[in-house]
Design a protein around this ligand. Structure first.
Ligand SMILES: Cc1cc2nc3c(=O)[nH]c(=O)nc-3n(C[C@H](O)[C@H](O)[C@H](O)COP(=O)(O)O)c2cc1C
Length: 197
């Protein structure tokens, strides 16, 4: 390969890394005994096989976010949370249904950032007695306000048929295609929205 083509046609490893999108798989529950880490790891396992992005589990609990408005807002956790979101091009929300909506912890985490959410894409994987569908629809309304483009395909896991005793994830085979389709859409829209930022 000529010097010219080396410079102009071949991407360095660093460039490839920089051009690869970063997608955060956000665990939407923080309670002790939660099942969201199992769901997040399952989604990440499927996502990593695709080789089309850097997928990372983001655990809200690790940021120890204060409840919105109860402090002066200078906690390092809030800064770290915003920095982490800013480093991401798109999201997959792992959504548990609490009283027909998302958990308070996820709502608080959504409220504690603004620009870092804007002009990015997101998919939802939800679970609950009815697949977490009601919580997911609430999240879609919130995402509209945060200028997050939510994709159509939405895998829904039933606590009755995709978990053993409601606590051990054993997803049915049919969800695999849905997760991949949802990720196709998140990747496409994340790439498109990157041009706006
Ligand atoms: C406070 C609370 C409210 C809940 N409300 C609902 C509900 O409205 N609909 C539903 O399908 N499941 C509901 N559940 C069951 C949860 O979806 C189930 O416990 C799930 O495992 C919670 O996710 P997590 O384990 O990641 O915290 C509720 C659970 C809790 C703790």
């Amino acid at each position: 390969m000529s010097f010219f083509s080396k410079i102009f046609t071949k991407q360095s490893k660093e460039e490839v890394k920089m051009n690869t999108m970063n997608i955060g798989i956000i665990l939407g529950s923080t309670r002790q005994g939660r099942v969201s880490p199992q769901v997040g790891e399952w989604v990440k396992g499927i996502a990593d096989k695709r080789g089309d992005a850097n997928y990372e589990i983001i655990d809200i609990a690790e940021f120890q976010l204060p409840f919105m408005g109860t402090t002066d807002g200078t906690e390092p956790g809030i800064t770290a949370w915003n920095d982490k979101l800013a480093s991401l091009d798109g999201f997959v929300f792992v959504v548990a249904e609490y009283n027909h909506s998302i958990s308070g912890a996820l709502k608080n985490a959504l409220d504690l950032a603004r620009e870092a959410w804007n002009n990015k894409a997101a998919g939802i994987v939800s679970y609950g007695s009815t697949g977490g569908a009601r919580a997911a629809e609430h999240l879609r309304g919130i995402m509209g306000e945060l200028m997050i483009a939510d994709v159509r395909t939405h895998p829904t896991l039933s606590l009755f048929t995709d978990f053993e005793n409601g606590s051990v994830l054993k997803p049915q085979e049919l969800h695999l295609d849905n997760v991949n389709l949802m990720l196709d859409q998140v990747i496409a829209w994340s790439g498109a929205l990157k041009t706006l930022r």
